[in-house]
Design a protein around this ligand. Structure first.
Ligand code: ATP
Ligand code: MG
Length: 377
């Protein structure tokens, strides 16, 4: 009996030993494989770094790479030219870039792991710096674009537009006044017809000048924030368009959550007037739907219509001044392409964002998101 038990135990032990041997062999194999994989990865990483260095040195604009410890591990000659200190590599970025915007950008990326773009002044020039986290957030790639001349031209252009608009306003008012006087004085129907045409074009010109003045005003203005009752504003703006909307056979729908925000009521009103004007002007049938709701700490305003929509390729330019999708139609309808530029400006003054969703043929939706409370207030 004892012999049978000990024979049985020996067989079990033998199996256990064989099993353990196979497992160990397998583990050794896996370990070896992972070591080779690790070496391969290290090699790949090295090659990647080499490739990135080659890209950086061959870039025609200032560019560099910073590691997670804030050390500049690669910088091209152009980058050295834009700093006071031309020894960038292997130094902490704080030695060469003391600008608070720069330090803030690096800290923001280290925290949020998301790319950002900032305007940064260096050696009397203004740069648009793009900060991009790469290789699993192990390094930050920074690329600088000199925008000094562009900004200067923009400034001159803005001043010129603002001055010209002011200069045009007075003679236009005089012309308008005389058109009305002449209208009462002439009897000939042909002359009246000519005057009608002159009046129509003068009004158009006056609208352009007024829009331009509004835009240049917005560029200078800082907002005095106060409590804005969005429901109130939507009600009063809708009244302005009620007649035109019903004349066109359109329906105006509302879905309003009353949210109070800090902002400028006159400017928010202007923003809504422009969006509703577009929705009415560019919609022939169907509806215009205005919605507001609170999402986190933002007021979301959506103005959606079932109109002609905007072709996708036009979207990147839609907020530019004087940009219109269809020039011949605009000549007919009187659009000058300033409305959305004004809207965008107002949104920016309120630290908000604007988005547009389109589906050609079935309408357009503008979605605005405005912080309910301004930070620091
Ligand atoms: N809701 C919309 N549906 C379709 N197209 C639109 C809509 N809103 C804007 N657009 C397009 O975008 C262009 C720019 O709009 P914007 O409001 O800036 O100028 P505008 O309406 O032409 O002139 P105005 O300066 O009188 O507002 C318009 O010409 C139009 O083609
Ligand atoms: Mg418009």
């Amino acid at each position: 009996m004892n012999q049978t038990i000990s024979f049985f135990l020996s067989v079990v032990s033998l199996f256990a030993i064989v099993y353990l041997y196979i497992r160990l062999k397998h583990l050794a194999y896996l370990h070896k494989k992972s070591l080779t994989l690790y070496d391969d990865l290290k090699e790949m990483n090295k090659n990647l770094q080499k490739d990135i260095n080659t890209i950086i040195t061959s870039l025609p604009a200032p560019a560099m790479i910073i590691n997670t410890n804030g050390i500049i591990i690669s910088a091209n000659e152009e980058a050295k030219k834009i700093t006071e200190n031309n020894q960038l590599e292997y130094h902490s970025y704080i030695v060469s870039f003391k600008q608070p915007e720069f330090i803030e950008a690096i800290q923001q990326i280290q925290k949020n792991k998301k790319g950002i773009v900032k305007e940064i002044g260096l050696k009397n020039r203004l740069y648009l710096a793009s900060f991009i986290p790469l290789i699993n957030n192990e390094v930050i790639f920074i690329f600088f674009k000199d925008i000094t001349d562009k900004k200067e031209i923009e400034k001159v252009k803005k001043e010129l537009i603002s001055n010209m608009s002011h200069e045009l306003k007075t003679p236009l008012t005089v012309i308008q006044g005389y058109i009305d006087t002449l209208y009462d004085e002439v009897n000939s129907p042909v002359a009246k017809q000519h005057l009608d045409t002159v009046k129509k074009h003068t009004e158009r010109l006056t609208n352009i000048v007024n829009d331009l003045l509004k835009l240049s005003e917005l560029e200078e203005v800082r907002i005095e924030f106060q409590t804005v009752d969005i429901k109130d504003i939507i009600e009063s703006v809708s009244k302005i368009f009620e007649k035109k909307i019903s004349q066109k056979g359109l329906t105006l729908k509302f879905d309003i959550e009353n949210v109070y925000i800090e902002g400028d009521p006159i400017k928010i009103e202007e923003l809504l007037i422009n969006l509703l004007d577009n929705a009415t002007r560019y919609t022939e049938k169907g509806e215009i739907h205005i919605k507001t709701k609170k999402e986190d700490n933002y007021l979301i305003i959506s103005v959606r219509d079932t109109g002609i929509g905007i072709p996708e390729h036009c979207l990147p330019r839609i907020f530019e001044r004087f940009y219109v999708v269809d020039k011949s139609r605009s000549r007919e309808t009187g659009g000058t392409g300033l409305g959305l530029a004004i809207v965008k400006h107002i949104v920016m003054l309120h630290n908000g964002t604007i988005d547009v969703k389109i589906s050609l043929g079935t309408g357009t939706e503008f979605i605005i998101s405005l912080p309910v409370k301004q930070s620091g207030s």
